[in-house]
Design a protein around this ligand. Structure first.
Ligand code: ADP
Ligand code: MG
Length: 375
């Protein structure tokens, strides 16, 4: 924090009045279910964006990221979309205004320890950091769920990314010591405690998602088509029996099969975790990966190699891709006493089998977006 404060003073010749921490997230199970009104089980991670801020007297937001000497300057009243990463803060500002919330100019400097574009949700962390900052400088009310949904609309409508609700919801509402099971039909969350004895390892494959918007849009529209053909509001309300009895084509059948089975796996994972049955929890994660790879077709070579490598290592209960897929990160559940050795072994074995530099990140569940007090 001291470093960020110093950087702020260098940039603005003035001290910040506050700062925000906004975590990335890792999803333990429940992938591509959020936009089908289904269940997800993510947690906040110990990688975050930290943003120091100070209100301004004019109508501009001036933001510096990391070591970049050039700020992004946003006219907070402008409705012309900016180009580059400033589109995320601008989207949040526009949606505050659109929802009738006060907006005000501010200075900000932020740094991030979340690998971006890797399925760990740096975009939601950035949006929520801006939302918390704007709320602080306007002395507004902070309702985490409401704000998360505002940030979803900003990403959907302003940035133009058709993401579901999981990333922003967990980033805003994550709790320490527990994975959250979120019901994406009503946004309610339920804590699934992670007791001692088991550790979450984030397995970043060292690859980054390219332009996969069209793939993502196909998955969304095929799921929608399947739900229409099955006569349900969304795939959340479909069952395997309904699917078996229907005449939906092979592609839609496989996509729907993933979503229906994945929702069941999230609930089963919660039961396994609650009773400390980590081998069952791990088995469900592997089944999730296989379903994502074979039926939903959102895995990628690096992710398949990473999971394969991890499952060969002593102490690993299970592993799967996490986030939208194609590239980026996987997640593993590992017995605590084997965690250090498992991390080193996975790192070395992955390097041998794939031409990329992995990053193995252990993380406990971390708290959602919050003000750091005192600065
Ligand atoms: P993910 O959310 O999985 O990390 P996205 O593609 O949704 O990947 O979001 C990544 C984008 O978010 C980056 O391309 C950038 O525009 C923005 N972003 C994330 N972190 C930062 C940062 N520290 N500084 C500036 N922009 C960032
Ligand atoms: Mg994102």
């Amino acid at each position: 924090m001291a470093q960020l404060q110093e950087l702020f003073v260098q940039r603005f010749d003035n001290a910040p009045v506050g700062s925000v921490i906004s975590p990335g997230r890792v999803n333990l199970i429940g992938e591509h279910t959020d936009y089908n009104d289904g269940f997800v089980s993510p947690m906040g991670i110990e990688r975050h964006i930290e943003m120091a801020f100070r209100p301004r007297e004019d109508r501009r937001a001036v933001l510096y990221t990391g070591a970049d000497p050039n700020p992004f300057v946003i006219d907070i009243d402008s409705v012309d979309p900016v180009h580059g990463w400033g589109i995320y803060p601008q989207g949040v500002i526009r949606h505050f205004a659109q929802d009738g919330l006060e907006v005000r100019g501010f200075d900000a400097v932020f740094s991030s320890t979340i690998p971006s574009g890797s399925g760990l949700s740096s975009s939601a962390a950035l949006e929520l950091a801006v939302a918390r900052t704007l709320t602080a400088v306007t002395e507004g009310e902070w309702d985490a769920t409401d704000m998360a949904l505002r940030c979803v609309r900003a990403e959907n409508e302003w940035v133009g990314v058709a993401c579901g609700v999981m990333d922003q919801l967990i980033c805003a509402t994550a709790v320490e010591r527990a994975v959250s099971r979120i019901d994406c039909a009503d946004y309610s969350t339920y804590p699934v405690e992670l007791p001692g004895g088991v550790v979450v390892l984030i397995l970043h494959s060292g690859t980054k998602r390219g332009l996969v918007d069209s793939e993502y849009n196909e998955r969304r529209s095929t799921c929608e088509r399947a739900s229409v053909e099955l006569g349900v509001k969304s795939l959340r309300y479909a069952t395997m029996d309904m699917l078996d009895a229907s005449g939906v084509d092979d592609l839609a059948r496989r996509r729907a099969r993933h979503v229906i089975s994945e929702n069941d796996r999230v609930l089963a994972w919660g039961r396994a975790a609650a009773s400390g049955d980590w081998s069952e929890a791990g088995r469900l994660m592997v089944a999730s990966h296989e379903s994502l790879r074979d039926d939903f077709e959102v895995s990628g070579p690096a992710l398949d190699v990473m999971v394969d490598v991890a499952l060969d290592v002593e102490g690993v209960h299970g592993a799967r891709l996490t986030g939208a897929g194609f590239a980026g990160a996987c997640v593993a559940l590992v017995a605590e006493e084997h965690a250090d050795k498992a991390a080193a072994t996975i790192d070395a074995a992955y390097r041998q089998r794939y031409d990329a530099v992995p990053q193995i990140i252990p993380s406990r569940p971390a708290k959602g977006t919050h003000l750091v007090d005192p600065i």
